[in-house]
Design a binder for this molecule. Structure first.
Ligand SMILES: Cc1cc2nc3c(=O)[nH]c(=O)nc-3n(C[C@H](O)[C@H](O)[C@H](O)COP(=O)(O)O)c2cc1C
Length: 192
C-alpha cells in the first residue's frame, strides 16, 4: 500500500520526514478514484470481521455481480472462503472516516510488523462498538453506513497478491441521504 499520509488515530508505523519518492507508474495508478467500503464477513464458527476496501466494483448487470479484490493473507478472505458470503458497507462522506479509523487495522496482530509476541498473537474485534445487524448468513451490516449490499460468492480468482472475489448481489439498500466517502476525502491511498 502506498501511504501518502500517516493513518491518523491508528497505530500504523510512520517514519517522520520519510521522503515520498513515487515512481511514475505509481503516480498514474494513484490517480484512479475509489469509494471507501467496509467488507463484512463471518466464518463457519460464527466469528465476524470487518475490513476497509477500496477495490470493489460492479462487473455485471444480469446477474448483478460485483468484484472485490482481497489480500491473500487477510482474515476476511479466509472467512469469505469458509461461508461464501460477504457484505459491502458504503461509508458516508460525512462521518464514514470515524468507522474507517475503527476498522483500518488488521484483526490479527501478527500482520503488523514490530509487534511483541503477545501483541502478535492478539486478535482485535473490529465490530466492537459498531452498531450492526446481520444478513441471513450472519455477515455484519453497519447501521451507520450510507448503504449496503450483501453477496454470495460465485467465484474466486487468484490475482497476484490479492484474490478477486466475485459476488452475486442478493439484497441491498441506501439508508441515509448523501454520497459515499471517497479515498481522496479520507486521505488514505490504496494503490501503486
Ligand atoms: C484506504 C484503504 C483501502 C484498502 N483497500 C483494500 C482493498 O481494496 N483490498 C484489500 O485486500 N485490502 C485493502 N486495504 C487493506 C485492508 O483493509 C487491511 O489489509 C486489513 O487489515 C485486512 O483486514 P483483516 O486481515 O482483518 O481481514 C485497504 C486499506 C486502506 C487503509
Amino acid at each position: 500500500m502506498t501511504q501518502q499520509q500517516p493513518f491518523p488515530g491508528s497505530e500504523f508505523p510512520t517514519i517522520p520526514g520519510e521522503p515520498l519518492n513515487l515512481e511514475p507508474i505509481e503516480k498514474a495508478l494513484l490517480k484512479m478514484c475509489y469509494g471507501v467500503h467496509v467488507i463484512g464477513s463471518v466464518n463457519s464458527a460464527g466469528e465476524r470481521n470487518l475490513m476497509i476496501a477500496d477495490w470493489v466494483m460492479q462487473v455485471s448487470f444480469k446477474p448483478r455481480l460485483v468484484a472485490a479484490s482481497i489480500e491473500n493473507d487477510a482474515r476476511t478472505l479466509r472467512f469469505v472462503r469458509e461461508t461464501n458470503a460477504f457484505t459491502v458497507n458504503l461509508l458516508h462522506e460525512r462521518d464514514g472516516h470515524e468507522i474507517a479509523r475503527k476498522v483500518v487495522m488488521p484483526s490479527e496482530g501478527k500482520k503488523i510488523r514490530g509487534r511483541s509476541e503477545e501483541a502478535a498473537a492478539a486478535v482485535h474485534d473490529k465490530l466492537d462498538g459498531l452498531a450492526h445487524f446481520l444478513t441471513p448468513e450472519g455477515a455484519p451490516i453497519l447501521e451507520e453506513a450510507l448503504g449496503w449490499y450483501y453477496c454470495t460468492v460465485e467465484q474466486f480468482f487468484e490475482t497476484g497478491d490479492h484474490t478477486l472475489v466475485i459476488g452475486r448481489v442478493l439484497d441491498g439498500d441506501v439508508t441515509r441521504s448523501g454520497d459515499i466517502l471517497t479515498e481522496k476525502e479520507l486521505g488514505w491511498e490504496y494503490a501503486g
